[in-house]
Write a protein that binds this ligand. Structure first.
Ligand code: PLP
Length: 360
């Protein structure tokens, strides 16, 4: 069997060129006689890999000099604890609840201090992003936290919240490098790479330098202190070396595609194809308010659980994989990250049209 169109929400599709290149370099990375998986993280070859990856990411995102880039482990979920441990000086933080991942982050932060849930879209099953232009931001909040793209529900902040001068912390796991961002608007932005950038196991944290201090909550482990990793340039301990290597290749691939503006254009074109179909379909329905739709994760339903299951099964048989919605919400979800080609979305829409004709 050849390659399928993989609509998984993560781990997710990677650019085929990157996978081919990695395969070619598997046994002998650039004359070293070994795989990147086998080499010392202190070697010259790996030093070039990690430094090159950081330089390319800085260029792609136009990261200001007063921000550090950290390649860490522990998944995005570990950041749910690491953020309060490092930032909660007053032991107060404000969270905007737009789905399961923000909810989880808020619950974790509650172990360390007071969490104010200053806005939520739970009243409509997280199908929209609340108006965040004038929120009751707490006077003593150490930061305001958002999950910028909600992988499960398919919503995205089209505009960052007005934090009234407070630090903004954002989980960008499922929209990382999908469009240009202004890094200077954030205190921290971070994400697991397994959706848009690379293999699971690596987390990228972009953090403003003045937030990297020894003044963390008492008992914070060395490994969960940003300063440990910033001081050691992400080489305090053995980093997720192979993951960083693949991330570096994906950065180069994005550069070769024209950078983040080109990615955005490509992603908008792909998403429009699917949303336009959904908007006129008599069988399928998108579940998100139009203004808040994500370019990356597109949930939809037929309204009939059995028909949804039939769709997912038949789509799989047609080479369209992983279209089942998150286990907490059901229905379908097509994740159409950077590496999903336009042809993949065309194939999906063609299949949906056929399914609609056969099942209406
Ligand atoms: C937006 C978002 N945040 C956090 C996570 C958790 O990531 P991890 O599994 O790397 O801990 C996910 C995972 O799917 C996610 O989509």
């Amino acid at each position: 069997m050849g390659r399928v169109y993989n609509f998984s929400a993560g781990p997710a599709v990677l650019p085929e060129d990157v996978l081919k290149e990695a395969a070619e370099e598997m046994l002998d990375y650039k004359g070293t006689g070994m795989s990147v998986m086998e080499m010392s993280h202190r070697s010259k070859a790996f030093e070039e890999i990690i430094n090159g990856a950081e330089a390319d990411l800085r260029e792609l995102m136009n990261i200001p000099d007063n921000y550090k880039v950290l390649f860490l482990q522990g998944g995005a979920s570990q950041q749910f604890a690491m953020i309060p441990m490092n930032l909660m000086k007053n032991r107060v933080a404000d969270y905007i609840i737009t789905g399961q991942w923000a909810k989880k982050a808020a619950s974790e932060a509650e172990k360390y201090g007071k969490v104010n849930r200053i806005a939520s879209s739970a009243d409509k099953t997280f199908s929209y992003i609340p108006d965040c232009s004038d929120l009751p931001v707490s006077e003593d909040a150490d930061y305001v936290y958002i999950c910028e793209n909600n992988t499960i529900y398919g919503t995205k902040f089209q505009e960052l919240p007005n934090t009234k001068g407070k630090l903004l912390v954002s989980d960008v796991s499922s929209c990382f490098l999908s469009e240009p961002v202004d890094v200077s608007k954030y205190g921290i932005l971070y994400g697991g790479v397994q959706k848009n950038i690379g293999p699971a196991g690596t987390v990228i944290v972009i953090i403003r330098e003045d937030l990297i201090t020894e003044d963390v909550l008492p008992g914070t482990p060395t490994m969960l202190t940003y300063k440990t990793h910033a001081d050691a340039k992400s080489l305090y301990n053995t980093p997720p070396a192979y993951g960083i290597y693949i991330c570096g290749k994906v950065f180069k691939w994005i550069k070769s595609m024209g950078g983040l503006s080109a990615m955005k254009e490509r992603n908008e074109k792909k998403a429009a194809l699917l949303y336009d179909f959904l908007d006129q379909s008599k069988l399928f329905k998108g579940t998100v308010e139009k203004k808040d739709r994500s370019l990356m994760n597109v949930p939809f339903v037929t309204g009939d659980v059995d028909l949804d299951a039939k769709f997912v099964k038949e789509a799989k048989e047609a080479g369209l994989e992983n279209l089942k919605g998150h286990r907490s919400v059901g229905g379908m979800r097509a994740s159409i990250y950077n590496a999903m080609p336009y042809e993949g979305v065309e194939a999906l829409v063609a299949f949906m049209k056929k399914f609609e004709e056969e099942n209406l």
